[in-house]
Design a protein around this ligand. Structure first.
Ligand code: C2E
Ligand code: MG
Ligand code: MG
Length: 767
């Protein structure tokens, strides 16, 4: 049982099997509901119009036409006229006479009697019709009978007609029920065919209205006709004048004619036996069988063969018409059509490998097939251990899981089409900025990390991404880059890896950025302190706080590098807040231990343009209760810094709040004496390039000397950074430098080590 079930499931997974199923279901619905009857009738109409059959002339139609009424000067013929017509017809040797007219009301006494006497003289040869009573039973019931005095001497036949929708076709019964029991239909009686009330047929409208011998009522009445025309014939008398309001369009013949012709054509149709009605099932099963047999042969049943089949199917009724067999082909055509269209699509998709069989998502191959350029960033998202995750669940879980992933991707990247291959999901992002995209991916990562619910199971997962924004390359090749970058990100345990063919370095730099917040939160980022020595008192007078990032796999990452990236992406504030907070905490701790030290922090120039900076620093100082003059802000001289600039105003605000400023890396920019004069800094730090070179280079020595003199003339403290040797230390002492900082004294160290260093200062020997 279970075996059977799983085989059925496998069978069902074959998309072709599913196509056949849906095609069959469609055809079945069309057939059962009869919804396509009009289409079937239109198709019949075409066939009737093409074929041109003629009546055999044995039914003669006598029309009560416009001329008849004109010449009688009446709005209808009367029973006396009918009596005359009967007399003429039988005199000419007519076999039988049918009136397609009700004789339900009495006329003038003498006319009625004249008519009855004619009936009496031709017993069993005249037929009057019963029609449906307006208030009577519906269906095959002719409730309105000719008057008893007439029908006592005539036959009674039913004139019921079933019109089909849009008058595209009619059906006629063979026998109808009536108040006097079963009566034959007009056409059946004319054709002398028996049947039962459940039977009905469609007249063969390829028999032209014009092919029936036709006489005018008035001519017959006056005996102005060739008796040979009616000798031995069946005569059908029909109302034909416009006044009678019985003009209909004749299906398949593009003409309007009196309704009586439906009966004439009907009789002509069944004269040689009833048409066989095969219905819709045989063609339906035939087509289904052909399609299914094609399935068995593995590869798609050739679409063109299928289309040919459909065409043949539409044509068969033509042939069948000749042998008087009616088939309904629309349901079968519907099956063929659905199968052709859907298999064609499937073929196309399969040829291109454009659907991922497991998830039902478009496959990455579909994206590779696109040779166009795109101005959108391409993202490759690789789920870690995708295979293991999928493997541990039932087959259908993959599709569900994939859909859940897609849904989440679309939360932050609306409306994207996600392509899938193995553990890789690829899409063209609608987000334009790389930075925003990275932030989104981080958000997505947080969401996914919390687990995805699929079929009541919680699936933990994690992913890495590669992005490609080389818009000048075709998508087909960018797909590879994005996917490779995702693999690279996975190897380096980074969330995102940016593919960049030109700047290889940039790749991991940007990916670093995305893990920065996480790094700050989990302690990978910390602060080192490098002591500063006051040369006059030979005491440690302060320390510079320097940010450090010790990556779990990559080890220490240079601050020069990640600070620059953070600045580029406007993420420096977060780092600065962290460092200032640590540094201020450290200063408080030092004061508590009884050391009178300042702590310096580096403030990037970009942040000086941020009006929130003084507030941020003020809050931190207040939180820890540190007087502002214990904190030194190191700023790097910037090129354009005139008195009216925002940065300049910011510096003044900071100084007014009691903080101290230091000009970092002095000498590397275009600093002038004038600049130094108006900048409200209390300290100047000579860049380490000059310090380390002054030992061997005379010019650098002179430069250092002049900076010191200039700074002193303006009452600024001078700090030399990058002091690595005793010689340099000695030279700086002689140049009256105030403070030194450098490896010779101490490398930047963790706070614990700084305290150790202050407590037990190493004896510095000047060279
Ligand atoms: P900086 O402010 O000029 O910091 C001095 C740099 O010189 C530090 O590099 C320090 O380790 C290094 N140094 C100290 N003594 C010596 C020496 O004797 N010889 C040599 N060769 N180098 C020495 P580090 O820590 O790599 O920092 C580099 C730069 O990164 C800093 O230059 C500063 O501009 C920036 N930075 C560091 N931390 C922060 C921070 O928290 N915020 C901001 N905005 N920038 C920071
Ligand atoms: Mg500095
Ligand atoms: Mg410096």
């Amino acid at each position: 049982m279970a075996e059977l079930w799983s085989r059925l499931r496998k069978f069902w997974k074959n998309p072709r099997v599913r196509i056949v199923f849906w095609a069959a279901l469609t055809g079945m619905l069309v057939g059962v509901t009869g919804i396509a009857q009009p289409a079937e009738d239109v198709l019949s109409g075409v066939r009737w119009a093409v074929r041109d059959e003629r009546s055999d002339g044995k039914i003669v139609v006598v029309e009560q036409d416009n001329r008849t009424l004109d010449e009688l000067g009446a709005i209808d013929v009367n029973r006396g006229n009918d009596a005359d017509v009967l007399a003429r017809l039988f005199a000419a040797g007519a076999d039988r006479v049918f009136f397609d007219r009700g004789f339900m009301a009495a006329g003038k006494q003498e006319d009625d009697e004249k008519f009855i006497s004619e009936l009496k003289s031709a017993p069993g040869k005249v037929f009057l019709v019963a029609s449906s009573a307006p208030d009577g039973r519906s269906g095959n019931y002719a409730g309105k009978l000719p008057l008893k005095k007439f029908r006592d001497y005539s036959g009674v036949v039913s004139s019921l007609i079933y019109y089909r929708p849009f008058n595209l076709n009619v059906r006629l019964p063979l026998v109808s029920d009536s108040p006097i029991g079963r009566i034959p239909s007009l056409s059946a009686k004319m054709a002398e065919v028996d049947g039962d009330p459940s039977q009905a047929y469609s007249p063969d409208f390829s028999i032209g209205v014009g092919s029936f011998p036709k006489l005018s009522y008035i001519d017959v009445m006056r005996g102005q006709m060739d008796p040979a025309l009616v000798r031995g014939k069946t005569v059908l008398i029909i109302p034909a004048a416009v006044l009678f309001n019985d003009i209909h369009s004749i299906p398949g013949q593009r003409i309007d004619a009196p309704g009586g012709y439906f009966h004439a054509i009907g009789a002509e149709t069944i004269k040689h036996g009833l048409p066989r009605e095969l219905g819709w099932l045989p063609p339906f099963f035939l087509v289904l069988a052909v399609i299914i047999s094609g399935l068995g042969r593995g590869r798609a049943l050739d679409v063109y063969r299928l289309a040919g089949l459909a065409f043949a199917l539409a044509a068969t009724p033509f042939l069948f018409d000749f042998v008087r067999i009616n088939v309904e082909v629309i349901p079968a055509l519907a099956v063929a059509l659905v199968a052709v269209v859907r298999m064609r699509n499937l073929d196309r998709v399969e040829e291109a490998g454009e659907i991922n069989a497991g998830s039902g998502l478009p496959s990455v191959q579909a994206l590779r097939n696109i040779d166009d350029l795109s101005p959108q960033i391409l993202v490759g998202l690789k789920i870690r251990n995708y295979g293991a995750i999928i493997g541990s669940f039932a087959e259908h879980v993959e599709a569900q899981l994939a859909n859940e992933i897609v849904r989440r991707i679309r939360i932050s990247d609306e409306g994207v089409i996600v392509y899938h291959e193995g553990g890789m999901f690829v899409w063209l992002s609608n987000i334009r900025s790389t930075f925003d995209l990275f932030e989104n991916l981080e958000g997505l990562h947080r969401i996914v990390q919390n687990g995805i619910q699929v079929g009541g199971l919680d699936i933990d997962m994690s992913f890495n991404c590669g992005v490609d924004s080389e818009f000048d390359r075709p998508l087909s090749s960018r797909v590879a880059s994005a996917m490779q970058s995702a693999e690279e990100a996975l190897r380096n345990d980074e969330l995102v890896y940016q593919h960049d063919g030109r700047k290889h370095e940039a790749q991991w730099e940007i990916s670093l950025l995305t893990s920065l917040d996480r790094a700050i939160d989990n302690g990978e980022v910390w602060v080192a302190y490098q002591p500063k020595l006051d040369l006059r008192s030979n005491r440690i007078c302060g320390a510079e706080a320097l940010v450090r990032w010790t990556h779990p796999e990559r080890g220490p990452i240079s601050p020069e590098k990640f600070i620059r990236i953070a600045e580029e992406f406007h993420r420096i504030e977060r780092i600065t807040r962290f460092v200032v907070n640590e540094a201020v905490g450290a200063a408080v701790e030092l004061a508590r231990l009884g050391y009178d030290l300042t702590v310096s922090v580096n403030i990037s120039a970009q942040l000086l343009r941020n009006p929130g900076l003084p507030g941020m620093i003020g809050d931190i100082l207040a939180d820890h209760g540190l007087p502002p003059d214990r904190l030194v802000l190191e700023i790097t001289e910037t090129d354009r810094l005139d008195r009216s600039s925002r940065t300049f105003q910011m510096l003044q605000r900071l100084v007014k709040s009691g903080l101290r400023l230091s000009i970092d890396d002095f000498g590397t920019g275009n600093a002038t004496i004038d600049y130094l004069r108006y900048l409200p800094a209390s300290e100047v730090k000579i860049d380490k390039v000059f310090i380390s070179a002054m030992e061997s280079n005379k010019e650098d020595l002179l430069l250092v000397q002049s900076i010191i003199e200039m700074a002193h003339s303006l009452d600024r403290t001078v700090v030399a950074e990058g002091v690595e040797t005793a010689t340099v230390l000695e030279m700086l002492k002689r140049l009256r430098c105030d403070v030194i900082q450098g490896y010779y004294l101490s490398r930047p160290v963790p706070f614990r080590d700084l305290i150790e260093h202050i407590a037990h200062p190493k004896v510095l020997k000047a060279g």
